[in-house]
Design a protein around this ligand. Sequence first.
Ligand SMILES: [Zn+2]
Length: 60
Amino acid sequence: MLESEDYQCPYCGEWVEALLDLSGGDQQYIEDCPVCCRPILFELRTDGESWQLQVRREDD
Ligand SMILES: [Zn+2]
């Protein structure tokens, strides 16, 4: 199941929509910002229904 959530890029501050795959459970992954192309660290916590998304700079 895919959900979408808007997040703010920690580098350039642009709002971007992320697609979240809740079927995989808790996840940490890196995706490049589609605007500034810098690597964003995503931390997704989910029980398959509700979720919490945190985004951080990779170098934090
Ligand atoms: Zn960015």
